[in-house]
Design a protein around this ligand. Sequence first.
Ligand SMILES: Nc1ncnc2c1ncn2[C@@H]1O[C@H](COP(=O)(O)OP(=O)(O)OP(=O)(O)O)[C@@H](O)[C@H]1O
Ligand SMILES: [Mg+2]
Length: 313
Amino acid sequence: MSDNDSTLKDEGVSILERAARRLDHALGHQSSSSPSASQEAIRHQVYDNTLDLEQPVSLAEDADDSPQRLSRRGEIDLVSLRENGYIVPDSPATVTAEEFRLLKRQLLLNAFARGEGAIRNGNLILVCSTQPNEGKTFCAINLALSIASERDLTVLLVDADFAKPEILSTLGLEGGKGLIDVIADPSLNLSDCLIRTNIENFSVLPAGRQHHLTTELLASERMGMMIEEIAQRYRDRVIIFDSPPVLASSAASVLALHVGQTLFVVEAESTREQQLREGLAMISACKNTHLLLNKTKYSSGGRKFGSYYGYGA
Ligand SMILES: Nc1ncnc2c1ncn2[C@@H]1O[C@H](COP(=O)(O)OP(=O)(O)OP(=O)(O)O)[C@@H](O)[C@H]1O
Ligand SMILES: [Mg+2]
């Protein structure tokens, strides 16, 4: 993704593609390597560390999330979003909008593939990266907004960065209960936490309140059950998880056990190869990983270009 919204130009894209290929070359075939060892390690870490949270997540009785049922409605600040370089519905075509249009195409093909190409929980997409500030939240929001612009698709954006939740503030929505609260409190319904927005087919699930047991809750069996239930319940919906840095929190590793696709953000000229290797190993439980080269800059005649690179899909 370019970090500037300027005119798209073909030769810029090809240069970025070359950069991406070099990145691919440097990484070898990590995404297709057997994930079993690290996956098992993570599974043990997750399921050997369960809290006393044995009550099942009873989403079945909570299946009505019709507008009447949902308790909250929020107004996304579209002007602020546009001013900060985000995609907003019905705005003129921009480089960012075009880049995310290309990116979502492959993700959506995977999300709703049928038959032999079907991916388990393919409609669940984790956005992650190794370090802070590489653009996870920026990309998660833009991807969600881009998908929401498809009139026949519905998107749920989940803030899974419990330590530094930024989805609500970026969108201009008010805080409230969220994912971590539902995991911690079996009496709480998921529908009570979802926020419908002024973008018709776009809802948000906040991270929820800071909880002193967040790490344990994240690693709990209930967390896994919750994600699986969300996947089953919203089969026709694209669910995007924004997450904390892979190397700083176990959240992305835990989520990678359940999502069908991962979008791994790599910051151009910043993310180090070793960090990237370690980060990819942490989320290797998910076998469909796409690399996204973010904050690219290429200048020719004063213009800047951006692109993305799919990896191992
Ligand atoms: N492609 C881009 N174009 C313009 N600005 C960008 C781009 N990617 C990220 N940014 C900006 O960079 C800053 C950091 O991005 P962001 O908050 O998305 O990072 P993050 O990976 O979510 O960080 P953290 O791990 O701390 O949550 C933000 O101000 C964001 O708007
Ligand atoms: Mg973030």
